[in-house]
Ligand binder design. Structure first.
Ligand code: UDP
Ligand code: MG
Length: 320
């Protein structure tokens, strides 16, 4: 059997670390799958790192990577991928909302030769109406951009080493893992799973962070909003052409009324279209600026890995 690495991004998950570790250990042992767990502490402000350290000392299959601050889930996933040594690497949330039993099914599919095994949500679990609608809108745009159906996509995936290398080779700092893993191609299959309820702790997403997340990822994956700017510009142009002709006819017909209302409307319309367009373009420029700075995606402050008989620390470690 080949080694499976499980990457677990963790942000303020002190209540979940131990339970997740125990559950995964029990299930994977029973299935006789050799595994390692890579916990990435994404700058938690609680005792997540201490918990990871404790279990890592007890269990040589546990590796801990600690960020110097909160860099976000995508960065934590990338760091986990970079530090994983398995021939297959799975990514899952460490709140056990992704059922570990599905992991076994994914591993079996990988053994059958699939290189990317995607976890697809059966339904989206308990979410508010507003959340559902916003997520729906976001995924429609993303699905168009990535040319795959992303409506029920999740970060629960199992990737072959080759696929992991391909993702790590992508130079952009603002990587959207869900879309990137389908963009790379490879022999892909999806597995349905039921989203479990979070057992402890709370969701890390506020409405503001979700909107930000959506904008960042749309911009990092598609230029469609820029085309929207062009289209709006064209529409405005045609509209003003019609109005222009109309007012000229009025003028020569001798009915040159003080078209104050029309003027105001047109002015407002064009003004707002321009401002909106500038905003969208500005957003892209900001993202380009971020990318050209070439800052690292994350900064690791500590790594903990219990050495086995012969230490393999540092060996095989992929750099990003
Ligand atoms: N997470 C992270 N960094 C963040 C936010 C979240 O590593 O800045 C992790 C979190 O610890 C969890 C996973 O991402 O393992 C999913 O987060 P959460 O459960 O809050 O999201 P939800 O399930 O509500 O979509
Ligand atoms: Mg969750």
């Amino acid at each position: 059997m080949k080694l499976l690495s499980v990457v677990l991004p963790a942000y303020n998950e002190e209540q979940m670390i131990e339970e997740t570790w125990k559950t995964l250990e029990r299930i994977l042992k029973k299935a006789e799958i050799p595994f390692e767990l890579v916990f990435v502490n994404d700058g938690s402000s609680d005792h997540t790192w201490e918990k990871i350290e404790t279990i890592s000392r007890r269990d040589s299959q546990v590796t801990g990577v600690c960020f110097s601050r909160n860099f976000g889930k995508e960065a934590a996933i990338v760091a986990g991928l970079a530090h994983a040594k398995g021939e297959a690497v799975a990514v899952m949330d460490c709140d056990l909302q992704h059922p570990p039993e599905t992991l076994i099914r994914m591993y079996q599919l990988w053994m059958q030769g699939y290189e990317v095994v995607e976890g697809v949500k059966k339904d989206r679990g308990k979410e508010s109406f507003f959340h559902k609608e916003c997520a729906g809108f976001f995924y429609r745009i993303m699905s168009k951009a990535a040319k795959v159906d992303m409506r029920n996509a999740s970060d629960f995936k199992l990737l072959d080493q080759k696929a992991v290398e391909s993702i790590l080779q992508m130079p952009e700092k603002n990587l959207f893992f869900r879309a990137a893993s389908s963009w790379i191609g490879y022999k892909t299959i999806s597995v349905e799973f039921q989203v479990e309820e979070r057992r402890a702790g709370e969701s890390k997403w506020s409405a503001k962070s979700l909107v930000e997340y959506a904008f960042t990822n749309i911009v990092s994956f598609t230029t469609a909003p820029m085309q929207f700017v062009t289209v709006t510009g064209l529409l405005c142009f045609f509209f003003s052409l019609i109005l222009g002709v109309y007012s000229l006819i009025q003028y020569f017909g001798g009915h040159a009324v003080a078209g104050y209302t029309t003027l105001l409307i047109v002015l407002l319309l064009i003004g707002s279209a321009i401002m909106m367009s500038l905003g969208i373009i500005g957003y892209y420029i900001a993202k380009i600026y971020e990318e050209v700075k070439q800052r690292p995606r994350y900064i690791v402050s500590k790594i903990i890995r219990k050495k086995k008989e012969d230490s393999d620390e540092g060996k095989n470690q992929r750099s990003v």
